[in-house]
Structures are given as structure tokens and as C-alpha cells.
Design a protein. Sequence first.
Lengths: 324, 117, 259
Amino acid sequence: MPPLLLRPHASLSHAEALQVAQQAPEFLRKNPASYSASPLFSLFSPPESSKTWTIYENLLLACLRTGDYTTAHQCLERLVIRFGGNDERIQALKGLVKEAEATDNSELEQVLKEYEAILANDNTNVPISKRRIALLRAMGRTAEASEALVQFLDFATTDAEAWIELSDLYLSQGLYAQAIYAQEEALVIAPNAWNLHARLGEMLFMAAESGSDGHPQAYLAESLKRFCRSIELCDDYLRGYYGLKRVTDKLLDKDSKQKKPSDSDEVTLPETSTIEQLNLAATKKLGDIVRKYDAKDPLWQGYDSGEVAAARACLSETSQNMVR
Amino acid sequence: MSEQELQINPIVQDSVIHNTKTLTNLHSLTASLFGVSAGILGLESYYGFLYYIALSITTSLLFYVFKLAPGSLAEGRSVLDTGRYYKGALELWTSPIFNGLPGFILTWTLFYGLVRA
Amino acid sequence: MAQIPPQTLHRDPQLFYWILIPITIVMVLTGVLRHYASVLMATTPKKADIKAIREQRALAHGAALRTNYHVLSRKSFETRRDFLIEGFESGAYLKAPNQKGQPPANPMTDPNAMEGMMGMMKNNMAMIIPNTLIMSWINAFFSGYVIMKLPFPITIKFKSMLQAGVQTKDMDPRWMSSISWYFLCIFGLQFVYVFLLGSDNAASQIAQQMQAQQMPVGPMAPGQDPSKMFKAEAENLAVIEHYSVLDGIEERLLERIKV
């Protein structure tokens, strides 16, 4: 795993983000404010690499997250000195700082207007389009956000990130079929991403739970397959096993209650014995993971603590059912 | 491996490139050093090439022992199976020999010329 | 048969200092220069207008579906396929739908195509110019000397190549002139570049040529009619025989985790 400063910011927990933000002043002090193009000067200053700028960007995000706006501005300043204020990415970062500093809705409106002005000049500016959509969503204008996102995806059909965002947006509105469609599009672009497979499995499971449309049985069957695939791609994947356990529990539960033949010939459920075996395997694996995580086994510490807690809760629920 | 199997157990192209590149770089650097030593020893014709082949296989062997073996034995593979990191066994044992050959000849000639002039 | 005594030549050690070392240094420096030149000349992709991006991305989308159809279940694959085929065939994604079927514009007049050709030209120039310069420099200054002896025997056929400019009939072909040292440098300096510039360098021309040969043709080669490419992609999609990696995955997974 790369050092903390280089990890993508979105994957950091709050504590880690704080840790990153606290390193910011020191990093700013150690590195020069600007890099000269002259070779003589570069002999005496620390070497510049693309990593340096990734770190600056991460520091900027971490500082915004922890509310340290002065340091954030210093980071931004250096990025602007290096790449110029008109770079698309820098424009988006600038906008991000303004968004973070905005105190009320009218200021956010102001930022939104600026984005729209930039987009009116250049409608292919991807980072700014994405910021605008994110801002719309953050301001609670979900319908506008999804509309803008659909427009964006019309010309950038191979942007997996945008498809995932769209899927998430639909999911938050309970539009399961659309969310699943968008998530599948993301999978077509990144076919081996196990987290996307597991996420799709979760969506299918939620769709089956809600039972609002279609055939919950078919959804459950595909959800099972998606979780299996995510585990196949990534051994010991907690979310995959957790989902597998939930979905097999549900299927076994259902099987005992109602024996309804699946009306969709598309996705067929496997034999009940197979489901039982999968359930057992998932329970065993989850138990392993929780035990090793709790025992502070150094090789098993990469899991998110919240996810492990959820697995623990799920396991104890099962064992209670068994006792009863 | 059939296409379908590859889709089930995908191989990430970036990792393959990275692995091959690491090995190629190691070999092109060591090959030049072997050339230096061969030139200083004054080896000629077949002996020089045999010397090179023996040494570069040794390099591959050391690379296997120190870099590949811990990971691939832990995965339950048999000894000298490189499937975890490389597509075929040839990729580890023979192809680097040809990659390093020009560098070897260059330094060999240079030092042979310098020493025996 | 008595052993033929090996030929010996007495060479002035100054030959090393004034021929071998300059050629080597110049070769290394050209490599470094070529690396930095290619870094500097790498053009930032030109901003395309939104229609062109859309056309290109739609084609890439079709290609992605064609290669990764196996992640989808049959039903969702078929909806997508029908949707894309319809869009591709009706020309909904074309940059200029009304120009459909017209012959592609002359690449010389299309500024975008010119850009791509300029890029190729630049790359070729970066290889050809230094080579010709150094070759002629070596021929002008250093021809007619024998500077070194190869440590391995080679056949008489190589004599004319290795001993260019040295008219001695009976000399062992192992003796080589400065121009052959130049050739050795072209092939063998890769390790120096790895050492100096890191493994991602663009210094070695051999490596670059191999790359150029392997490079697949980009999705939008200049001078091709996009509507034809869409048609071809639609056909490719139509003939896919669908299967999914999800088929029988439960058994496969059980097999795998039981081990």
C-alpha cells in the first residue's frame, strides 16, 4: 500500500485525513514555493516529480476536510504557480476551495454560476462538469444533477467514474433498475473491478428487498452471482463475503417459506445444496476475518473497522438464530 | 490459456509489463558488467559466450530465489514455477539473455580492446 | 597442420583517446538528447470539440462492450447491443450526420489529420537526423583506421561492413573500424540509458522502433470514414455469441474456496 500522503483522498478515514492535514505545514516548509526551469537552480533544490503534485493535491483536500483553509490556500497557490490558473484540473480545485469556504446557499449559487460560465466557454471541460454535478447534488438539487450527469455521459460514454456516480444518484432516489443499468455500464468499462461487482450485487439485493418491481427471485439470483464473482476476483474480500452471506441467508429463508418457481428463465438459481455450502463458506470466512482482525494479526488489518463491525453483528445474529 | 479462462481469471497487463521491465533492466545492467569482466579476463569466442550464458542464468536463478520464490512458494506452486509473475518459464530463463546480449558484446569488446591493446 | 599465429597489429594508444571515447560519449549524449527531445516534443492532445469527442467515445464504448460483454447477463447485454447497433447504424453518434457516406476528406486539408502526421514526422525526424549526422561525422573524421579487435571470430562476409574504408585484403575480419564501433553502440547502449534516465526512457532507437511496430492503430486513424467504422463496429457487435462469466460461478467459487 502506498504511503498515506499518496493514497487517493477519498479512501481515507477521518482520522487518516486529519493525520495527512497535520503533515501539510511541514511539507510546505520542506518544498520550495516554485520550481525554476533553470538547470543550475534545479541542482540545489529537491527533485520535482509527479508524486510531489499528487501530494499537494491530497494535502489540499485533507486541509479542506479538516477546515484548515489557510494551508489549503498555500497548497493551491503552489499548484497554480506550477500549472497555471487555466488548467482544467486547477480550475476544478479552485472551485472546490470556494465551495468548501462557502457559508450559505447564495455563495454556493455564486460558485455554480462561475462553473456555468466556464462551461459556456468550453463545454468539454471534464473536471469542471464533474464539479458542477457534484455541487448540484450537494445542494440537494438531485433532479438537475442527474440530468446534467446524463448529458455529460452522452458525450463521455466511457467515463466509469461518472457512471458510478449516476448509479449512486439513482440508488439514492430508489430507482433500482436505472441504478443497476448505470452500474453495469461502469462494469463494461472496468470488467475486473471487484468492488464494482460487489456494489452491483448490493444494489440487486436492495432491489430484491424493496420488492417494488419485477421478480425479486431473479434479482437475488444475479446478486448471488455478482458477489461470487467479486470474491473470485479478490480473495478474502469482506464486502463480497458479507453480501454472499446475506443473500444466501435470504435465499434459504425464502426457499423454506415459499417454493415459487422462478418465472424468469434468464438467471437461474443454483441447487439449494450449493447455496447452503456457499452460506457455510461465507460464514466461516467472515468468522475468520473478524477473528483475525480482532486478534490484531498484522496481515489482516487492512479492513475498514465499520465493515468488520457489520460482519460481526451479522454473525452474532446468525448464531442467535441457530440457538433459537 | 483459452479466452474464456482469461476472462474468468484476468491478467492485468500493467503488472505483466512492470514485471518484464524489472527483469529486463536487471539483465541489461548485469550483462554490461559481465561484459566488463569477460573483457578483463580476456575471454575469446565461445568461452566468452558460455561465460555470459552461465552468468545470466545464474542471475535469473538468484532473481528467482530472492524475489519470486517467497511469493510463489507461499501460493503453493512447485519449485521453479514462475507462473505467478510471468506468462511462461522461458520469459524468466531465456529471453533476458537475448535482451542483454548487445550490451554484453559492447562492453566485452571495449574492455577486451582496452586490456589487450 | 601448424597453428596459424594470430595476427598482431601495433596500434597507437592515442587511437582510443581520440576515436573510441569521443564516439561513445557522442552516442550516449545523443541518446540523452533524444530522450529529452521526445519529452519536450510530446504534444499535449489538442482540444477537440464536443461532437468529435462524442463520436470517438461512442466508438470506444462499442469496443468496450465488444470485449467485455462477458461481465453482463444475457438480457442486459442484449438490450445494450440492440441500443448501440441501432445508434451506430442510424449515425446518431456521428460528428456530422449529414456528411454520411461522403468520401473522407483529404488528410492533407484536414487540420486534425495533419496534426497526427506531424507527430509521426517529428518522431521519425528525431531518429533520422542524429543518425545521418553522426554517420557522416564518423565517416568524415575517423574513416580509414582500425581501432579494435572483436573478441570472437566472425566470417569473412562481415569484412566489408566492419572494415569499411580500410583496404587491406588479408586482414582478419575481427579487426574493426570506427564505424563498426558506432553500430555496436547503437545496439548496446541500452544499459547506459537505463542507468542514466530510468527504465521509461525514449533514448534507445531500437526500442522505439519495436514500439512503433507493435503499436496498434488508434481508434480514429486519420482519413477513415467514421460512418464506415460505426457500421463495422455494429456488425462486430451483432455477431457476438454471448456467454457470461457469471454462468456456473457458484460451483466454480465453491471449488476454489474448498481447496
